[in-house]
Design a protein around this ligand. Sequence first.
Ligand SMILES: [Zn+2]
Ligand SMILES: [Zn+2]
Length: 162
Amino acid sequence: MLINVSNLAPYNSMPVSLKGERVDIPRDGASAEIYFDGSLLNDGKGAYVLDGEVKAVLSLNCDLCLEPFDTDIAFTVNEVFCSEKNSEKEFWSFSDKTIDLKPALIADILLNMPMKAVCSDECKGLCPICGHNLNKGECGCDRVQRDPRFEKLMTLFNDKEV
Ligand SMILES: [Zn+2]
Ligand SMILES: [Zn+2]
């Protein structure tokens, strides 16, 4: 994801596209395959502006059943890169006329990825007693007493009896 901008004249832009580059995401062993379509503009004042659309196929581990699964996210990118000598904190810095898109895109993916990673709305998670993945069938454990929703229901039921 290195882009050499030495031939990009001031006020000119160049097309940038990534077709499924795999990167590691620093969250729970996640990774992503990044697709990007956009452009990089030399703003004539020492900064380069990346604009475009990202589609990322995230490979995550489900928070409930711990199984790996894939999910897509899409978002718009607008990032500014400055060469080191005039860089400010809100800019990505670069040197040697080479811009590395990778850290900026990884940061954007982290901002845009779901807070909770759940493989499906119907995910049943793991059995709290034996750890069996309940999406793969019943394990036979008696979990009735350990289900907090059920216990709440029982409390309501008991209140009405009084
Ligand atoms: Zn799951
Ligand atoms: Zn079980």
